[in-house]
Ligand binder design. Sequence first.
Ligand code: UD1
Ligand code: CA
Length: 461
Amino acid sequence: MQTPVTVVILAAGLGTRMKSRRAKVLHRAGGKCLVQHVVDTALTFTPAERIFVVVGHQGGEVRRALATPGIGFIEQLEQKGTGHAVTVGREQLAGLEGYLMVLYGDCPLLRPETLQRLIATQAAGASAATLLTAEMADPTGYGRVLRDARGGVAEIVEQKAATPEQLAIREANMGIYCFRADLFWRHASELRTDNPAHEYYLTDMAAILNRAGYPVEGMRIDDAREALGINNRLELAEVDGLLRARKLRQVMLDGVTVEKPETVTIDAGVEIGMDTVVEPFAQILGRTRIGENCRIGTAAVIDDCELADDVEVGPFTLMRTSRLERGVQAGPFARLRMDNHVEAGAHVGNFVELKKTHMGPGAKANHLAYLGDSRIGARSNIGAGTIFCNYDGTRKHLTTIGEGAFVGSNSTLVAPAEVGEGAYIGAGSVITKPVPPDSLAVGRAHQVVKEGWAKKRRERK
Ligand code: UD1
Ligand code: CA
């Protein structure tokens, strides 16, 4: 049986250097807030019930932002250091046997493989804890790792307390630990605040456990960037870039063609099927799912949408929370504002805006239209310039178009409006009354022709 792992994610700090009114861990990189990345990584090796987030600054917001059911929260009202952040959770945590892993909410680049290796290293040895370290060209600001004669970790010395010789050590503490939970809780009360910052340093646990007769190991990672903690907006941008590069790489290895990938944005939660082509400057965001063999045009922005196979999205098309079935064509320059469902083979052309609209299979609105709060039947054709007047200034109303209907160009349908199956609306009509199936409705001024009028006018001058 594998030893169970409890994960504690420290996320109580404000992150002063972000210069933000929002808590640091709520800032987004790679399409997710920082702490959500860490939770998602933890979920790859332990169940939600074993994941605890320590919150303080804007704790309510952090709780709400985390979309993972089952995880626990620990309130750290005053931030008295990383050691304090873990020990305030004693009541919830101390009863959980196995390993106690501590992660930071501002380190979203850590990979599941690395943490699994940390657990395996801890499990293979006889130490009380294993911590992640890396050789850094410039470890300024990090705790330095003092090794003992046997190669274990004797002590971590924080930057502020280090002697010049200790500052010359380039092996840095990444701040990620896997403790034996029983030994951690037995000795956690030995943490003191006798340091320049007057904080409870979690790093002191190395020396404390050693003193109690238990060895501590350090596991080196090759690239310290994986444990990069975000402190300011420059690092946020850097981490965002790294996460996006990682996602793009995965998407391409999974069979998606991405043109000019350095210009394309794909959020971590997106899924894209084989043989789909993504053109330059496209942004595919949120929980969007895209099927196989689709084409996503230049500078299209697709947020929380579901696209089946063979869907074609033209350049500069924007869509949110919409569902497009197989073979739909949308754009270029279309806007599917929210909550639309476009069925198989339907067309949404240039400068067409949809809102809360259901388009049946094969329906077409090819140019310049506003179609809001409506149901459009299969195979019907909506002409250029059609407007559904869904809003009377107070309330929204529905428009229903039957199957196979034809709405002539530049028609205005004042909702609530109903056009029956197979009906025909003459171009330029203003429709205010129901149109029965298979009928023709024309609602426009009659044309007047005055023969010779123009000629006479010219002669008068
Ligand atoms: C810590 C380590 C240092 C290591 C570095 C790696 C200590 C004493 N030092 O330093 O050895 O090299 O991480 O990045 O642990 N937090 C709380 N509550 C608190 C204090 C901190 O939740 O009371 C959270 C912060 O929000 C942050 C994380 O813990 O996400 C780390 O705290 P921070 O003060 O940034 O530690 P470092 O000085 O970076
Ligand atoms: Ca830090």
